[in-house]
Design a protein around this ligand. Structure first.
Ligand SMILES: Cc1cc2nc3c(=O)[nH]c(=O)nc-3n(C[C@H](O)[C@H](O)[C@H](O)COP(=O)(O)OP(=O)(O)OC[C@H]3O[C@@H](n4cnc5c(N)ncnc54)[C@H](O)[C@@H]3O)c2cc1C
Length: 275
């Protein structure tokens, strides 16, 4: 199939991009890396008459590292962030998660903002922003606003972004200096979206577990636990009690099993790293 006809605008500034978005409303769609949108156009799942290509907007293509967070422009490619994190050692948890996104050729074009705007329940960046309690900055022609991950991801492929808003920046808070962390995911093939993914941050006795793929949005659980045995008991309880989705790719029983076994693996890794 071929896509329906559309016109492409390539604004050079955020101001022009939000103006175009305000002018064309529902007829327009932002295109960033196109890794998701282009197949949707080809299959006519999306039929915008205008595409606003944000790849030439300089304000959206920069990474700014601060003492306590990393601010990433929405049009920064996933590969650029991956390389930045690998070289700067700025955010070990995020650096661990980046290579799990698809394959490198997809990360070369796929953007950080595209992944966050698309809000796939299994996307690694969506999980990272959720566990880190990060936030996004959105802009329309009148104003900018900041929305925390918990309020931004409202359902599978659904966010709080309004039709006239462009995602400008994604902010990932850094871990505390002494925090321990881990990430693991299970997929059917390397590069596939995860069936279940688990991220863990341990700050002293505070354990935060975040699960991707088990529901419409990442599920985050924070608990004070004195020992690793307590942590193992906690994840066993979680895996048996929380709502877990079922779909043609995996039963809820498989997802529960993966939640527990992957969490146990991370807990053991953290226990070993302390010794
Ligand atoms: C084969 C394959 C495997 C994949 N595997 C994984 C995986 O394992 N894990 C994973 O996380 N991802 C995976 N992806 C997704 C991919 O990594 C990208 O994150 C995804 O395609 C979206 O990024 P993009 O820049 O290509 O966005 P686009 O395709 O350009 O846009 C996606 C959507 O977001 C909107 N959008 C984009 N940028 C903005 C913005 N700044 N403001 C407002 N709206 C915006 C678009 O309008 C569109 O609706 C996979 C993709 C493919 C094709």
């Amino acid at each position: 199939m071929k896509s329906a006809p559309f016109a492409v605008y390539q604004p050079k500034s955020l101001r022009d991009a939000v103006k175009l978005s305000a002018t064309h409303g529902e007829d327009a769609k932002i295109i960033a890396g196109g890794q998701t949108l282009v197949p949707m156009l080809a299959m006519r799942i999306a039929t915008p008459t205008i595409l606003i290509d944000i790849n030439d907007v300089k304000e959206l293509s920069i990474i700014v590292e601060k003492d306590d967070c990393i601010e990433v422009g929405a049009a920064v490619s996933q590969a650029k962030l991956e390389d930045y994190l690998a070289h700067k050692n700025a955010h070990p948890l995020l650096a661990t998660m980046m290579p799990w996104i698809a394959h490198r050729p997809i990360r070369n074009r796929g953007t950080v903002g595209g992944s966050i705007a698309h809000a796939d329940p299994s996307a690694e960046l969506v999980l990272a922003l959720s566990i880190l309690q990060g936030w996004v900055v959105l802009a329309n022609a009148q104003k900018q606003r900041k929305v925390f991950a918990q309020e931004f991801f409202i359902g599978a492929l659904q966010t709080d972004r309004q039709m006239d808003e462009i995602l400008v920046q994604i902010v990932f808070p850094k871990l505390d200096k002494n925090a321990q962390y881990g990430f693991v995911e299970y997929g059917y093939r390397h590069g596939d979206f995860a069936v279940v993914s688990v991220a863990l941050i341990k700050n002293d006795q505070e354990w935060t577990f975040a699960y991707g793929g088990i529901n419409d949005t990442p599920q985050v659980f924070k608990e004070n636990l004195a020992t690793h045995q307590d942590a193992l008991a906690f994840v066993a309880h979680l895996a048996n009690t929380v709502n877990v989705r079922e779909d043609p790719t995996a039963s809820s029983d498989l997802r529960r099993h993966l939640m527990q076994s992957q969490s146990e693996l991370l807990i053991k890794q953290i226990e070993l790293a302390k010794e």
